[in-house]
Write a protein that binds this ligand. Structure first.
Ligand code: RIB
Ligand code: CA
Length: 311
């Protein structure tokens, strides 16, 4: 079976790194592009981190820088989680991998034609680049059979605010454009992330057994692991992007999901960036989001171990 072409839009970011390593090592997929967003940290850092990741993975995946800021309103980054440079502030050497001159949004459109009917797109960061691509060419979804978005908090249990998850809250206008104009996509939200914890000891063992990639991940994730352990949910490690990528790479391991209409709140005083799910389908709106609720924990951990070079 020929490999599935995969475009990953990402704001690396420690959990993005795990997801990208997972995809680069997956036998049934070929990563045709990393399109880079601002989010966890500024674009200059997320682009550099993508370069470092492609270097350590020994990959030739092209990297396309995207938008340096949200469409309308400035937003706070998540450097307090990922480190000021987004990769744990461990002074990684200057990466050798270059970046492409083509903008991420234009690369999305070009690759949707080159891989029409076959491309899977996985969104691991704010949706600014995808929203821009959609505005440039509203026919984009027709050429992309599968879109998976890591974002949202389907019962309003947010991580970046009371009601909102970081990727959506960083650029709610972009998320609204995507949610209103993409006919059908898979949604892996923050609450599903919390429901699929990883053990710190397992992560440490996989990194220790993972050679250069494992060592790299142990280094860039140390600051984040320390921060997580200081949090109320800190008994376990959670990788939002890692779980999202698992669901993208091996959807047959999705054990429970519901499809409903989801609206992004862009105005709410108390809930800007919230993802409001029509659980009872009362609105009559298009049920565009397949909300992933449960994924096989054993398939997930096998993919994580593989990503780190231990599986
Ligand atoms: O809310 C979690 C998401 O926000 C993840 O994608 C993480 O990398 C950050 O981008
Ligand atoms: Ca991310």
């Amino acid at each position: 079976m020929s490999s599935i072409p995969l475009l990953i839009d990402t704001d690396p970011g420690v959990d993005d790194a795990l997801a990208i390593l997972m995809a680069l090592r997956h036998a049934q997929h070929r990563v045709v592009a990393l399109t880079i967003a601002a989010g966890n940290v500024g674009l200059e850092h997320t682009v550099r981190n993508a370069r470092s990741l492609v270097d350590i993975a020994g990959s030739a995946t092209p990297i396309f820088p995207g938008c340096p800021a949200p469409l309308l309103h400035a937003a706070e980054d998540a450097a307090f989680v990922h480190g000021q440079d987004g990769f744990g502030d461990v002074a990684l050497p200057e990466p050798s991998t270059r970046v492409e001159s083509e903008h991420a949004a234009l690369a999305m459109l070009r690759l949707s034609h080159e891989h029409a009917g076959a491309l899977t797109m996985v969104m691991l960061g704010p949706l600014t680049n995808l929203a821009l691509a959609l505005k440039l060419d509203p026919t984009l979804p027709g050429r992309v059979p599968r879109l998976l978005i890591m974002g949202g908090a389907v019962n309003l249990r947010g991580n970046t605010s009371v009601a909102a998850e970081f990727n959506v809250a960083f650029d709610p206008e972009a998320a609204r454009i995507v949610f209103e104009n993409w006919p059908q996509f898979d949604l892996l939200d923050w609450e599903a992330t919390l429901a699929h914890p990883l053990e710190f000891d397992d992560m440490a063992a996989w990194c220790a057994a993972g050679g250069t990639v494992g060592d790299f991940y142990a280094r860039i994730s140390e600051k984040t692991r320390h921060w997580v352990r200081s949090q109320p949910f800190g008994r376990h490690w959670h990788s939002a992007d890692g779980l999202a990528m698992a669901a993208a790479l091996e959807p047959d391991a999705i054990e429970a999901a519901e499809t409903h209409a989801v609206v992004v709140e862009t105005e709410g005083r108390a809930c800007r960036g919230a993802t409001v799910v029509d659980w009872k389908d009362r609105s009559g709106a298009r049920r565009q989001a397949r909300i992933v609720q449960r994924y096989s924990q054993s398939r997930y951990t096998a993919l994580v171990a593989m990503a780190l070079g231990a599986g």
